[in-house]
Ligand binder design. Structure first.
Ligand SMILES: Nc1ncnc2c1ncn2[C@@H]1O[C@H](COP(=O)(O)OP(=O)(O)OP(=O)(O)O)[C@@H](O)[C@H]1O
Ligand SMILES: [Mg+2]
Length: 414
């Protein structure tokens, strides 16, 4: 039997194959071993597209529906929701299944045979502070994997996989805090690693603690959108007749990847149309009507994400909103962004501290902090985590593929 290793990420996914001692990641698109976790239902050509092709079709304005951040629904009430695909209603869990099956096919094409076992990465926490809901999220994912054709399913915490990946690079024994800051969740583990330990079968004693929080890059996108973009669409503005501000639920829906599609209803269009007439700043609310009417929510979210990424390298950026209105842009500074995500970065620091404390250690005992995951590139995130282990050396590496490579390297251990 050959087993595949699946890193189904909120933003990006990868799948590897381990056969005997040979391990490798499967090419997913254009020879690349990582693809966006995105599905597009193309209403024009009646087909389903995945990854970058899904995003390109959506951006190219093909009529259809884009689904992104699918993994975040697992730990949320959305897991029981359906989405409208043309005239059909499909449970969101089924959309996750379609994506997992696509990855399975890619792994099989690479292996040249059927693959019926999977070592599946999972965040330490799908849900914060609710054991039952957390267990249910894993159970749903397991059902999805079984329905996709995997008869053997084993789950491994993502930061443990990232630890084994990092271990391949070290020359001496180290006590490491692994911080995997992804799209939907952030996972921490304190692990003892070293060249002599690498080959051991049972590593349970080397894993001193794991913690996780449901905070990630998609939350940063939401926070930035609500702080800088949604106000241009009327968030926080007043209504003339009544002493009220614009209702804000719709803005939150549009600012959150997993709920954007829910904003597109005739009821919303009608209501926002009515609010344009009552608004003190109707030109802003009219933009909201454009976003809903033309289904521009994901495009706005991509523009916000681009600006967020630009702020990791530069101090200023702009969210381009040309699509909504010619020459419209929301200027953003790194300082604004850091203010908008402050409660989240504080939680990351706290989660890192909790992990060290759960290992019965003091921050000073940590030799290295290994930062991985796309959102670990945010300077404020690095600073927040470094605070938890002030004396440690900061190490980084293969930000988006650490978990998948680590899972693949676990071959002999399972
Ligand atoms: N340079 C950058 N600066 C800031 N954020 C970035 C950068 N590059 C990528 N990101 C963010 O990283 C996130 C994706 O990271 P990653 O691929 O590690 O997540 P994932 O594995 O899909 O998610 P998870 O592990 O939470 O399920 C996205 O939110 C993306 O916007
Ligand atoms: Mg990840």
């Amino acid at each position: 039997m050959i087993a595949c290793r699946l890193d189904f990420g909120t933003s990006n996914s990868a799948i590897g194959i381990a056969r005997g001692n040979a391990v490798a990641l499967a090419p997913l698109e254009d020879g690349k071993t990582l693809m966006p976790s995105a599905v597009f239902f193309d209403y024009e050509a009646h087909r389903v597209l995945f990854g970058s092709a899904a995003i390109s079709a959506y951006v190219g304005q093909t009529e259809g529906r884009l689904m992104r951040a699918l993994k975040t629904i697992l730990g949320s009430p959305l897991i029981d929701e359906e989405t409208r695909l043309g005239s059909r209603k499909v449970p969101l869990a089924e959309v996750v299944g379609i994506f997992v099956r696509h990855l399975k096919h890619k792994a099989e094409a690479f292996a040249g045979q059927e693959v019926t076992a999977v070592v599946h990465g999972r965040p330490v926490r799908f849900v914060d502070g609710d054991e039952q809901a957390d267990a249910r999220a894993q159970a749903v994912l397991e059902t999805i994997a079984r329905q996709a054709g995997f008869s053997h399913v084993v789950f491994v915490p993502e930061p443990i996989a990232a630890a084994w990946h990092y271990e391949q690079t070290v020359q001496a024994e180290e006590l490491v805090l692994i911080a995997d800051i992804g799209g939907g969740t952030s996972d921490f583990s304190v692990v003892r690693i070293g060249p002599q330990r690498r080959g051991r079968i049972d590593r349970t004693g080397d894993i001193l603690a794991t913690t996780g929080v449901r905070v990630g890059g998609t939350d940063f996108d939401s926070a930035l959108s609500l702080a800088a973009v949604m106000p241009l669409f009327g968030l926080g503005t007043r209504l003339a007749e009544k002493d009220l501000t614009m209702p804000n639920a719709l803005y939150h829906e549009l600012a959150t990847w997993a709920t954007i599609n829910f904003a597109y209803t005739y009821k919303n269009e009608r209501e926002v149309g009515g609010l344009v007439l009552e608004a003190c700043e109707p030109e802003k609310v009219r933009r909201l009507l454009t976003v809903i009417g033309k289904r521009l929510g994901h495009r706005v979210a991509f523009a916000v994400e681009d600006a967020k990424i630009a702020l990791s390298a530069g101090r200023d950026a702009a969210v381009s909103l040309d699509l909504v209105e010619k020459s419209l842009a929301a200027p953003v500074t790194r300082a604004d962004f850091e203010r908008a995500i402050r409660t989240r970065t504080d939680r990351l620091c706290e989660a890192a501290r909790d992990c060290i404390a759960a290992a019965d250690l003091d921050g000073a005992a940590i030799d290295t902090v290994f930062l991985t995951g796309g959102s670990s590139r945010v300077p404020a995130v690095r600073a927040a985590i470094a605070e938890a282990a002030p004396a440690a050396r900061l190490a980084t590496g293969s930000d988006l593929l650490s978990v998948a490579s680590g899972l693949t390297q676990m071959a002999g251990r399972l």
